[in-house]
Write a protein that binds this ligand. Sequence first.
Ligand code: HEM
Length: 413
Amino acid sequence: MTPPGTRSDQTLALARQGYRWAARLRGGREAVPCRLLGRRAVLVGGPAGVRRFYDDRLQRHGAFPAAIRLVLFGPGAVHGLDDEAHHARKAIFVGLLDARAVQRLRAVAAEEWQNALDAWAPGERRTVWPLAVDVIGRAVLSWAGVRCSRSEVGHRSRQLAAVVDGFARPVRPYLRAVADRRALDRWAAGLVRDVREGRSAAPEGSPLVVIARATDPSSRLLPARVAGVEFLNVVRPTVASSWFVAFAALMLAERPDWRARMDDPLMRYAFAQEVRRHFPFVPALVARTRRAQDVLGSPLPAGGLVVLDVYGTNHDPQAWDEPDRFLPERFLDRTVRPDSLVPQGGGALATGHRCPGEDVVLAMIDAACQALAERAWTLPEQDLDWPASPLPTRPRSGVVLVREREPVEVGRG
Ligand code: HEM
């Protein structure tokens, strides 16, 4: 039997309700038929919905609206590829982001946090979100092989953040995102050409050099613009970890018991996982049916949309105890059910579209939490609300901290 759904198009409701839209429409069900972007769709969620979403009967080509896809991911990006072309491109990212590479990036980020926070004088204010954009931007660009002036690194980091900040926010943030995307695409294609023509100082083996020399399944170099887009698909989402870092700082302020545990790597791991689960970033993902098919009880024609409720799945009461409470201890035994924790997508890493940057994000939150928890600071009065729409959300103030005079006593809580 077809589950009850809605015939009205949901695009406006999604724009208005943001992170609340999918959970409201789903009402705890695995699948609900609806219309989205003028097409027939089925909204799925929870572990069964995740498994159905990452099914070979669906494809990504043509699924995401171009106005978002081109600004956020860039033209020709891995996100919109399928089958052999996708697997070959995906292998570049998976190869770049192994455990040693992530460890190196974490070490650079930790050093950047030390430098930034050592310059933080007693009584001074720092706003975590822009600080994280600057610190993580410096770290990832340097790790990735970009060699340019300090001011250019700062400028590029802000452009990368503006793309994430504005891709879904009409009107001015979106226009800025479009302009910054164009500038970044030109810049990144130039970096790729510099490597290919021997003008680059990027070290051998660095992500920039590896991507510049990457080939397609017929052993041809990727077009410079596409290689540039994929280079940005490493550095931009790393900078996007700053959104989670802002939420993490808020939780360090609200949970002194956890702030006192940040000298322990296991505690930082559990805390970072819970930040990714609890706080919203990606609301939903979308794929397209290759042919007519049944989606968990709802028929869809070829070209219909299957929409995964990402935020609602991370808060699914079937999968999580007290899903709306921030409880890092749920991750202390390190067990993660891959079809229940999907802040960066689910499914298979090498052959599916699962994000290859999960460990990078965990490492970026981890390094920030360690550095912030080592210093004494307070959280002054400010607007810490985070709206459900537009996307992506974060505490409105950016999380302002004031440095105290006394060093904080770091120890087990
Ligand atoms: C705040 C941080 C991040 C969030 C919220 C995020 C989220 C996501 C999501 C939801 C997907 C799509 C999964 C799907 O379509 O099934 C994805 C894909 C992807 N992410 Fe991330 N990600 C983040 C950080 C990173 C980092 C740090 C990297 C690389 C260093 C990265 C690289 C990618 C790539 C290349 C894809 C495309 C994978 C594919 O299509 O096969 N992401 N990410």
